[in-house]
Design a protein around this ligand. Structure first.
Ligand code: HEC
Ligand code: HEC
Ligand code: HEC
Length: 673
């Protein structure tokens, strides 16, 4: 291995030293043409295919960790506040009045969501990075039980049903909810939810539970009539997507109803309001099918609140104002009497206070048509939004004291929890957990990433389309992208270090260019991000690791027999009958490990009816299982569809000799990358 590295370096040196006119140039052009099978390629830097050891990526290197607050819980007597610190693997107990820290305990695996039992003796913790739920005994403040659940659990709720105590856990990575019985923790059911379930609410009588998913999916069931008269196989791209509110029976985990929230995404929380029989969820109203040039008209994204009743009727109402937006709604809290709702806007650093009596009065008098159109009328928010409370950077989770007089806010990128007096609507205290991380460029970059102030009227942040640096699963109409009159599938930012060029057209040589002035002109419609902030932003983007492909308990295990068979297909150089597979059609040529891309543009037969080009950037495949849909326009909803519905007559890898089982094997392998 060492000698080979040496040879490579010497050859690279030779090419450089000899100048590009020397034999080195011809050698390397010939070499690249040979190993890509593309006779038209010119000189390509050796780093496209060599020296990409994953340990050299920014995301594999250690980075500073911060005590950023995530989930909050207040004890039933209102005296204690619990705070989950996912990035430093700790849970903190504080005095709810003075905000003094009383105890800390280590909880491994990214403690993110918190829930208390009714007596306040047990604290349950959703550990996002280790796919488990931990139970802490609050007398000793020690972990006493733990159970593996689905992938990336982020939120959970406790309830007492006629059949016993239950925990409902939102597994954001596996798209399902774990229903657990207690003493000891045990899984009762695992109903499927929408994509990326992120919030859970229960009714006090233990008869209902709701899980809110964060990402929208094409609403195929309802889309027929509104389908664009587009080409067969592409029509679903032009349907509005919908996020799913899943209504469950908590005792047995049976799905009672699946409620679609049309054109809504990024809902990260929800609450049941017993006094009104409502389920409330903050949402981003996303109009991804509208040309992005409409940002200036306020048409791309706005934030709102979904009001669902027990029968699943939903009204979406705006939280924004005509010329000012409150991007990236995250946490939601409602007082026990159902008088007020509080919504944290993570992009605008504001808590919006909604008077639910006034909202109910408005809903009462509105007819069906007015309710349907409500979300478009931004002036409506003055009817029920009674205050906006400014916070520090990136408020996310919220919790109320049982008497509703204190609101606690996880001010995530400040490393603080703020306490708000809900009568005077003023900040009355701060629990300082860390220094905010000003000296860490990655943390500073995350602030840029989550800040809506860089967009016209603060309509959205990078996070609005790239939650957690990932995809939102939607395709957008970016004008003048050089690809054609079509939609462009969102691309994940996780694992992008060392994968330039960027964009599906492969035209952006660096992240600085990708996120620089042109981006500001087209997308944000404001001044470009200042250079120092842009550098921080790039550091942040490069620090994002690929999505974890497998369940925590499966990591470091050998591949399953099916995945191993799939691996052999991926690296196949010959068909089983001995016919060679041309080099330019072997998966490994273009998706060259370890990044699973050679960072070159290629034609693989995926040109769509509205595309102007055949050639697209070769995407890396690290964490690919989590970034559906696929291809530049997002036409393939699953990995399977790449080689079934959208197969390309062997232009995109030679697949015609595979059986259905072999395709399954290949997918199993892709899911491990
Ligand atoms: C488009 C991808 C690609 C690029 C760009 C590329 N190589 Fe390679 N190179 C390969 C492949 C594939 C092999 C076969 C062995 C392997 O898989 O590592 C290889 C093998 C080699 C070898 C082993 C001897 C041989 O020819 O099989 C050397 C030395 C080498 N490359 C040097 C370079 C240098 C120097 C550059 C930059 C001028 C470069 N390569 C650019 C793909 C590439
Ligand atoms: C309106 C939704 C939206 C917003 C807001 C948004 N992006 Fe994107 N992003 C996309 C889409 C869609 C693509 C794919 C576009 C393409 O390839 O031409 C993309 C592509 C990218 C890429 C290229 C990734 C690759 O591998 O090629 C980067 C980097 C990126 N975005 C970073 C950002 C940053 C940083 C911000 C905030 C400054 C941001 N995005 C805001 C939707 C968005
Ligand atoms: C000639 C180069 C080339 C070969 C060979 C190739 N791919 Fe691709 N692959 C691409 C390009 C380019 C795209 C993007 C095409 C588009 O967006 O229209 C792509 C897209 C993909 C995607 C979708 C990724 C996403 O994020 O949307 C997957 C998965 C994939 N390839 C896997 C494979 C597998 C498995 C094989 C072998 C059976 C293979 N590819 C062979 C170049 C190649």
């Amino acid at each position: 291995m060492k000698t080979r590295g040496f040879v490579l370096i010497s050859l690279a040196g030779l090419v450089a030293a000899g100048g590009l006119s020397s034999g080195g140039y011809f050698w390397s052009v010939g070499h690249v043409r040979r190993w890509t099978g593309n006779p038209t390629l010119g000189f390509v830097s050796c780093t496209h295919c060599h020296g990409n050891d994953l340990s050299k990526t920014a995301w594999a290197r250690p980075r500073p960790h911060h005590p950023a607050p995530a989930g909050l819980a207040v004890s039933p007597d209102g005296r204690r506040l619990y705070v989950a610190l996912d990035d430093v693997d700790e849970v903190v107990e504080a005095d709810a009045e003075s905000l003094a820290i009383l105890r800390r305990t280590a909880v491994a695996g990214g403690p993110f969501g918190l829930a208390l039992d009714r007596s306040g003796r047990r604290l349950f913790v959703a550990c996002r990075h280790q796919d488990r739920v931990a139970q802490l005994d609050l007398e000793t403040f020690r972990e006493v039980d733990s159970l593996f659940v689905g992938v990336e659990p982020v939120a959970l709720a406790f309830t007492e049903t006629p059949e016993g105590e239950r925990l409902i856990v939102a597994n954001s990575g596996s798209g399902d909810a774990a229903v657990l019985s207690l003493s000891p923790l045990k899984e009762v059911a695992r109903p499927g939810t929408g994509r990326e379930p992120f919030g859970v609410a229960v009714s006090p009588d233990g008869r209902h539970a709701w899980v809110m998913s964060r990402l929208a999916e094409p609403d195929l069931a309802r889309g027929g009539a509104s389908a664009h008269p587009a080409e067969a196989g592409f029509a679903h791209l032009f349907l509005p997507a919908a996020a799913e509110l899943t209504h469950l029976s908590p005792a047995g985990g049976r799905v009672l109803r699946r409620v679609p929230l049309e054109s809504a995404h990024l809902s990260e929380d929800l609450a049941f309001v017993p006094a009104r029989g409502w389920v409330l969820a903050p949402l981003v109203k996303v109009r991804n099918l509208v040309p992005i040039t409409q940002v200036a008209n306020g048409w791309v994204m706005s934030s709102g609140l979904a009001v669902a009743d027990l029968q699943g009727h939903v009204t979406q109402v705006p939280l924004d104002e005509a010329n000012d937006y409150f991007a990236d709604p995250a946490g939601l809290a409602v007082d026990a009497a159902g008088r007020r709702a509080y919504v944290a806007s993570g992009g605008s650093d504001v808590i919006t206070v909604v008077d639910l009596d006034r909202l109910a009065a408005w809903l009462e008098q509105a007819d069906d048509a007015t309710r349907r159109e409500a979300i478009r009328d931004l002036s409506l928010s003055t009817e029920y939004v009674v205050a906006r409370i400014p916070t520090g950077r990136n408020p996310r989770h919220l919790a109320l004291s049982p008497d509703g007089r204190r609101l606690y806010v996880s001010v995530r990128l400040e490393d603080q929890v703020w306490a708000v007096d809900t009568e005077r609507l003023t900040v009355v205290g701060k629990l300082v957990l860390g220094d905010g991380g000003d000296s860490d460029p990655i943390r500073r970059g995350e602030r840029v990433f989550t800040k809506a102030a860089h967009t016209f009227q603060r309509q959205f942040s990078c996070r609005s389309c790239h939650p957690d640096g990932h995809v939102d699963g939607l395709a957008y109409d970016f004008d003048g992208d050089g690809i054609g009159d079509n939609l462009l599938d969102n691309r994940t930012l996780r694992g992008i270090d060392r994968t330039p060029p960027f964009k599906w057209n492969g035209k952006n040589p660096s992240l600085q260019v990708q996120c620089g002035p042109r981006f500001a002109r087209v997308l944000m419609r404001t001044d470009p991000i200042p250079p120092a902030e842009l550098e921080d932003l790039v550091r942040f983007l490069n620090s994002l690791p690929p999505a974890r492909p497998r369940h925590f308990t499966e990591l470091n295990k050998p591949l399953s027999p099916a995945a191993e068979r799939g691996r052999q297909l991926f690296f196949a150089t010959h068909r089983p009958d001995g016919t060679p597979i041309p080099i330019e059609r072997q998966c490994q040529t273009c998706h060259r490990p370890p990044l699973f891309t050679n960072r070159l543009k290629t034609a693989v037969g995926t040109r769509g009816p509205r595309d102007l080009t055949d050639e697209f950037d070769t995407p890396h495949l690290l964490g690919v299982a989590a970034s559906a849909p696929y291809l530049h326009d997002g036409r393939a909803r699953t990995l399977e569809e790449l080689w079934t519905t959208y197969q390309t007559n062997d232009l995109h890898g030679v697949s015609s000799y595979w059986s259905k089982h072999q395709l399954n094997d290949l997918i199993e392998y892709l899911k491990t990358l």
